[in-house]
Design a binder for this molecule. Structure first.
Ligand code: THU
Length: 131
């Protein structure tokens, strides 16, 4: 799958975002080594802190279906004028499973940039410190 195709899958997920409070939809598409893709959107809650981000929705879907050590790329999309940068919590959760992940970050219109998770979370704290 091309980067463009993965970003387009993340963009499609914007339609499913549940964002009555922020009105800021985010979509994600997480690709594994076998080619499977786990998508996600943000799901907000009246108790604001219980909101789950799009990236973490995708990670939880993947892990709960047996994928853990094989994340290759994630695409993240928003309707934002700037690139839809992942929040610190999502960077940390991604780092737990895939510190060498490639991250595609899109903005309104579909243009995207590609960075490594290590660039986005320099000197990250991960399981190696504890295991
Ligand atoms: N959001 C994400 O889904 N991913 C991020 O990495 C940044 C923030 C969501 C959470 C909330 O629903 C909305 O964007 C505004 O913060």
């Amino acid at each position: 799958m091309t980067d463009r195709e993965l970003v387009d899958q993340a963009i499609k997920m914007l339609d499913y975002s549940y964002v009555p409070y922020s009105k800021f939809p985010v979509g994600a598409a997480l690709e594994c080594a076998d080619g499977s893709v786990f998508t996600g959107c943000n799901v907000e809650n009246a108790a604001y802190g219980d909101t789950i981000c799009a990236e973490r929705t995708a990670v939880v879907k993947a892990v709960s279906e047996g994928h853990r050590d094989d994340f290759v790329r994630i695409a993240i999309a928003g309707h934002s004028a700037d690139y839809c940068w992942p929040c610190g919590s999502c960077r940390q959760v991604l780092f737990e499973f895939a510190p060498d992940l490639e991250v595609l970050i899109a903005k309104e219109g579909g243009d995207f940039v590609k960075l490594s998770l290590r660039e986005l979370l320099a000197h990250g704290f991960g399981p190696k410190a504890l295991l």
